[in-house]
Design a protein around this ligand. Structure first.
Ligand code: AMP
Ligand code: GLY
Length: 445
């Protein structure tokens, strides 16, 4: 019997819970969640509802349940140092300590780390603790991106051309960010296609999982505000239509160097997930950011494909033996589409779209997997909150078939819901390939 503590309450953690329960190590799952996720609850031997910034409550639950190892899903508990507390309590964890989680929580830490250890992948950038010098630096760059230092849930980044136009606007944004954040990073705006490379790291060895492309924009054709992610896909060849094996290898190489650098910098081995958000550009692969956890939705693309026992993977991360484990992912296509309340990601004040706890009906779903996110189970059925509700995943031999499976399942879900029908479809993929061709042409013409 293996007692596993899972911290987190989203669809990503539902996928992790499923991977744990597929293990042949006779797993018993104990879930500590902020809100009750009925999908995770249905797999768990016991659940506890509590806050992520209350380590005492988490440790008490871990001890009560005899947890032998912990898997931490979201960034919140990591940033509060839950792994440090678990370590003191003698419970090993898949997830970095607070100091190492700065890879995600501090944009400036990560940019500076790459620079200090001479790791390629950074765009031109500078950190500023005051407004002094920002205007001059912006003038040196053809386009800028503004990043507040600290956790922003993927929604705090401002991109020139998307969120603001002029240099004066950029300065205004920086002034207001500096009122609430210790510093701001200004960086060169890159052009290219983004991909997520979720890597497993035991402190020494780094293993890549299949690359995935997420869709951050709320609406069809990449329009509307940025969200936590509306859906994602991966391909049977473990590449992406605009991404060759050399580019994947570049992302992995950067991550390997970062794992070694962060160990030298802090003296502590990084044990957990290093999820690199990369952009393939005309001049190679660039780092957008690191996350210290699996992606949401991207975890739903890769974990169902994992053929190696997930508990063996967790143990290898903890024991530093990833180099001795053969980690195998099925060569299949996956398409994940998030079913969201229609008001998701939109201004709260709009009464047309304002999200309340609307009912959601889940009909008969064939072939696809459903991962619950912000779903509340009440005696009279399922209700949504204002966040992403259900991750629907189609898995098949081809992208086309996986997309069709996902769409079929989405159409069985009813209520005041929305999703992005274009994710994983041929026209959108073609656009991505064209975009990449155009960018390369600009450079070589
Ligand atoms: P982040 O929170 O760092 O992932 O940024 C959110 C989004 O902003 C990314 O997914 C990119 O689409 C965009 N972004 C961030 N940094 C850059 C950059 N240097 N150049 C272009 N786009 C960027
Ligand atoms: N898919 C974006 C994230 O997990 O941060």
């Amino acid at each position: 019997m293996t007692h596993v503590l899972l911290i987190g309450n989203g669809a990503r953690e539902h996928a992790i819970a499923e991977a744990v329960m597929r293990s042949d190590k006779n797993p018993r799952l104990f879930a500590y969640m902020k809100t009750n996720n009925p999908g995770i609850a249905s797999l768990a031997a016991q659940v506890r509802i509590g806050r992520y910034n209350e380590p005492k409550a988490i440790i008490a639950f871990a001890k009560e349940t005899g947890a032998e190892l912990a898997v931490i899903g979201p960034e919140d508990p990591l940033s509060h140092g839950i792994v440090d507390e678990l370590t003191v309590a003698g419970i090993p964890a898949v997830g970095p300590t607070r100091v190492l989680a700065r890879l995600e929580t501090s944009k400036s830490f990560t940019r500076n780390l790459l620079e200090k250890y001479d790791i390629r992948g950074n765009p031109r950038f500078r950190n500023f603790a005051s407004i002094e010098g920002i205007e001059t630096f912006c003038a040196e760059l053809p386009g800028v991106v503004i990043k507040p230092d600290g956790l922003t849930g993927g929604k705090g980044v401002l991109v020139q051309g998307d969120h603001f136009q002029t240099r004066a606007e950029a300065l205004d944004h920086c002034r207001s960010i500096l009122k609430t954040h210790p510093s701001v990073t200004i960086e060169e705006k890159l052009e290219g296609e983004e991909f997520s490379l979720q890597c497993l790291c035991d402190g020494r060895t780094v293993v890549a999982t299949p690359p995935v492309q997420d869709h951050k924009r709320r609406f069809i054709d990449d329009r509307g505000p940025n969200t936590g992610g509306m859906g994602s896909y991966s391909c049977p060849d473990h590449l992406l239509p605009f991404l060759d094996s050399a580019a994947v290898a570049e992302g992995l190489e950067i991550t390997r160097k970062v794992a070694a650098a962060i160990r030298r910098e802090t003296g502590v081995p990084y044990k957990g997930v290093m999820y690199g958000g990369f952009m393939v550009t005309a001049t190679g692969v660039k780092l957008i950011e690191y996350n210290a956890r699996f992606g949401d939705p991207e975890a739903m693309n890769i974990l169902p494909l994992l053929r190696t026992d997930f508990i063996d993977v967790c143990r290898a991360i903890i024991d530093g033996t990833l180099d001795r484990l053969d980690i195998v992912f099925e060569k299949k296509a996956t398409v994940c589409k998030y079913v969201v309340p229609i008001g998701y990601g939109l201004p709260e004040e709009n009464p047309e779209t304002a999200s309340t706890s609307a009912r959601i009906e889940i009909g008969t779903v064939r072939g696809a997997r459903l991962y619950y996110s912000s779903i509340d189970q009440r005696p009279d059925g399922f209700y949504m909150t204002s966040s992403r509700a259900i991750g629907v995943v189609g898995i098949a031999e081809s992208l086309e078939e996986a997309e069709r499976t996902a769409e079929g399942a989405v159409s069985a879900i009813h209520g005041r819901v929305d999703h992005r029908p274009d994710i994983g479809t041929e026209p959108l993929i073609r656009k991505r390939i064209q975009h990449m061709k155009m960018i390369n042409k600009k450079l070589y013409n």
